[in-house]
Design a protein around this ligand. Structure first.
Ligand code: NAP
Length: 247
């Protein structure tokens, strides 16, 4: 039994670890290579894009797998459709492991937008002047024209250049605590928070802190994901793999 995990998330690593005791299983985890030296906790690691749908399909043909678990990030907009098409073309069973999105609760002031490009308008409507931007180092272009807004950026790795006129950068990867996030928002007099709806536990504390301080949140909602079998937890993905192994 050979399984390919499309990685880049905590869930992908947790699934690789959870599958490790399964007898007779060989596992490959694939990374895009966005962060330095990724390594799967168990099994083989491969790094780098495949060259689009055709490349991914060719990879599955030359190196057949009994199943593919697509555990890429909820905001991975391209890879999931390559995986869906490649698996369909080669008849490879596919599972999408996608953690649930965050949901607003009483006291939240969320302003949902469909894409990062819509965030500047939402911030203008809110009259925001001091913005905590947590959407990542690679998507700063939409904010370059907002020269009268100050941004606090937080990302795991530094951007190659900082294209914003008024900005400070914090490098950190979490997990974050509510008290730490509350202190950060207060210390920088933040009046709006921008985040993607990743649904990650490790980065959810900022939402609790924003609610407690009455700070509005501009929430970038997820891109669509291909149809097919989908689970939300590592436990359910493990059960799906185990059922394939025993059939
Ligand atoms: P994307 O738009 O779906 O991917 C862009 C290209 O990167 C894909 O077309 C593919 O290249 C390659 N790629 C993506 N995931 C790959 C994987 N697991 N193995 C091999 N190649 C992969 O995704 P993205 O937003 O650039 O994210 C890249 C990776 O970072 C993903 O694996 C994702 O899980 C992780 N990540 C993304 C975010 C986010 O906010 N977007 C956050 C945390 C982690 P080819 O077309 O050449 O095959």
């Amino acid at each position: 039994m050979k399984i390919l995990i499309m990685g880049g998330t905590t869930e992908a690593s947790e699934l690789a670890r959870a599958l490790s005791p399964m007898p007779g299983l060989s596992l490959v985890t694939s990374f895009a290579g966005r962060t330095a030296a990724p390594k799967a906790p168990w099994g083989e690691t491969r790094v780098g894009g495949f060259g689009g749908v055709a490349g991914f399909t060719a990879y599955l043909r030359s190196s057949p797998f009994d199943a593919v678990v697509d555990a890429t990030h909820p905001f991975a907009a391209v890879m999931p459709s390559s995986v869906a098409t490649g698996c369909e073309t080669t008849g490879t069973p596919r599972l999408r492991l996608l953690r649930p999105p965050w949901q607003a609760v009483s006291g939240d002031s969320w302003h949902s937008v469909a894409s990062i490009d819509a965030v500047p308008n939402a911030l203008d409507s809110l009259g925001a002047r001091r913005v905590f931007l947590t959407t990542g180092r690679s998507e700063l272009a939409p904010f370059t024209a907002m020269t009268s807004t100050w941004f606090l950026l937080r990302s795991i790795e530094a951007p190659s250049q900082l294209p914003l006129a008024n900005a400070d950068l914090i490098l950190d990867r979490g997990p974050f605590t509510v008290s730490g996030e509350t202190e950060l928002l207060r210390a920088h007099r933040i009046d709006a928070l921008v985040t993607k709806n990743s649904g990650a536990l490790a980065t959810a504390a900022k939402l609790d802190a924003a609610r407690a301080l009455g700070i509005p949140v501009v929430m970038v909602e997820r891109p669509p994901t291909p149809e097919g079998i989908q689970v939300e937890t590592v436990a359910d993905a493990l059960a799906w793999c185990a059922s394939l192994c025993s059939s």
